[in-house]
Design a protein around this ligand. Structure first.
Ligand SMILES: C[C@H](NC(=O)[C@@H](N)CCCCN)C(=O)O
Length: 465
């Protein structure tokens, strides 16, 4: 390997943080679209006939192709072989196509008997045609969104190698969380404009995805320049991914613990995000807009704290401890929703503390991966973790939707028939989420023990002095 003292583009603070903002903007719009229907699930029940079971199936479909067609694994291989520029643009394109199909599925044109309506209503009668088409669109969108997530992590790891990497990942996640806050604020308001419609928020946020495509396109020019500069000092052949590397990942105990901790933790967060608004709405007897505004504090908390905790990890370390604390906090919050008679102040406190938990775990988890995986197949490392995580993100909305319906017999039918004052009880679904926190806690303890024994450096700072 030939070493030169050439100053690279990512040595400039402005250039590397500028690059980060460009890629984070794509994720900002992606995360907006991911949750665009979360605050309007009640309206989808009355306007499109989506019961909790149907709704759970639609929101889980985002991960279907990633998990069952192994798209995420291919995404990692594509990323390691084709690089961040090609893969990022491909992901942004897939997100736009998927969003367009989902929009078509819930559109007034389609449900009014438009092209394909008859076919999509000719099978699986418990699932409305609008939900089936939405599932197809969301599954394609999900391939793009998750591939983008892996690509962005890989890009940050490269641009911030030996620099403020955890802070950069924290800032990227904070910008993505800002997207979630924005959509929880925006979506119910857009839907409420007369005539009340579930289509408007999906159309507006879908259009915003095109801006994300453009910001990533600008980033590709910067990344090409960095690549040319790095070409001088790196052995390109060494960078090639080999399929047997997947075996190394699945065979590594520590890596698998991190992956399982990730699936357990995130399955109690992202799927909860899909049910939080109706849960608060039903439990506190408030409007969906009020519930949505209350829940918006969750990503706000995470947004403020994630970069700070990322910086803490960069300079002080304690990654494994942060994972354990995050799991305890998440479990306590879900138990509160399940078992404590909920009032607005209690709900605010639990939502904000859940936001703190959602800063501790992501801020520690993602920057720890490069400590466990060889940089040559880091893209595949992130993909495998995302793939295992996606299994949970697909399964838990379904499980929660079915549990909610099973523990509240007849409620969906009454709501769809227009009966006033009928509510769901969320105790059992919230206990399911809390149990995931308990398991994540034990995995965190195990990980910390292994780190002490084998010195992976999970408790050590990232910044080399
Ligand atoms: C960085 C991390 N992202 C993920 O875990 C994604 N696999 C899931 C994103 C969910 C929306 N599709 C995070 O946001 O903390």
């Amino acid at each position: 390997m030939t070493q030169t003292m050439q100053r690279k583009l990512n040595d400039s603070v402005v250039a590397r943080w500028g690059a980060l903002i460009l890629i984070a903007l794509m994720m900002f719009f992606a995360y907006m679209f991911v949750d665009v229907i979360s605050p309007i699930s009640s309206l989808l029940e009355t306007q499109r006939g989506w019961s909790p079971d149907v709704y759970g199936t639609v929101v889980g479909s985002e991960y279907f192709l990633n998990v069952f067609v192994l798209f995420l694994i291919f995404a990692g291989i594509i990323l390691d072989k084709m690089g961040v520029r090609f893969t990022g643009l491909l992901s942004a394109g897939l997100m736009i196509i998927g969003a367009g199909i989902k929009l078509y599925g819930i559109s007034d044109y389609f449900v009014g008997g438009g092209f394909g309506w008859e076919f999509f209503n000719s099978f699986w009668p418990s699932m409305p045609g609008s939900a089936k088409v939405a599932c197809i669109g969301f599954a394609i969108f999900g391939c793009g969104a998750e591939m983008a997530g892996v690509t962005v992590s890989r890009a940050i790891a490269r641009w911030f190698d030996g620099k403020e990497m955890a802070l950069a990942m924290g800032v990227e996640m904070a910008i993505a969380r800002l997207g979630v806050t924005a959509v929880f604020f925006l979506s119910p308001r857009l839907a409420a404009i007369a005539p009340e419609s579930v289509v408007r928020p999906v159309a507006v946020v879908g259009a915003l995805l095109c801006i994300g495509f453009l910001t990533f396109l600008v980033f590709t020019f910067m990344d090409r320049k960095l690549d040319r500069q790095m070409g001088n000092i790196e052995e390109i052949e060494e960078d090639k991914f080999k399929v047997k590397d997947l075996g190394n990942l699945f065979g590594s105990k520590t890596f698998m613990i991190v992956a399982f901790l990730c699936v357990l933790y995130y399955s109690a967060i992202f799927p909860f995000q899909k049910f939080a608004v109706p849960m608060l709405q039903n439990t506190l007897a408030i409007s969906s807009q009020e519930a949505s505004d209350l829940f918006a504090w969750f990503p706000i908390g995470a947004m403020i704290l994630t970069p700070l905790l990322g910086a803490f990890l960069d300079f002080r370390g304690k990654g494994a401890t942060m994972l354990i604390l995050g799991a305890i906090l998440m479990c306590a919050c879900h138990l509160t929703f399940a078992l404590v008679p909920l009032t607005k102040p209690i709900a605010y406190i639990a939502i904000i503390l859940l936001g703190v938990s959602f800063s501790l775990v992501p801020a520690a988890l993602w920057p720890s991966v490069p400590k466990l995986v060889d940089g040559r197949y880091l893209g595949s490392g992130y993909s495998v973790i995302f793939w295992i995580q996606n299994l949970g993100l697909w399964a838990f909305p379904l499980i929660i939707g079915k549990t909610l319906q099973a523990t509240n017999p007849g409620v969906s039918e009454q709501i769809q028939a227009g009966v006033e004052g009928v509510t769901y009880n969320y105790t059992v679904p919230m206990l399911v989420f809390a149990s995931l926190g308990v398991l994540a806690f034990f995995l965190g303890i195990w990980l910390k023990r292994l780190d002490t024994k084998n010195h992976y450096g999970l408790e050590l700072p990232n910044v080399k002095k």
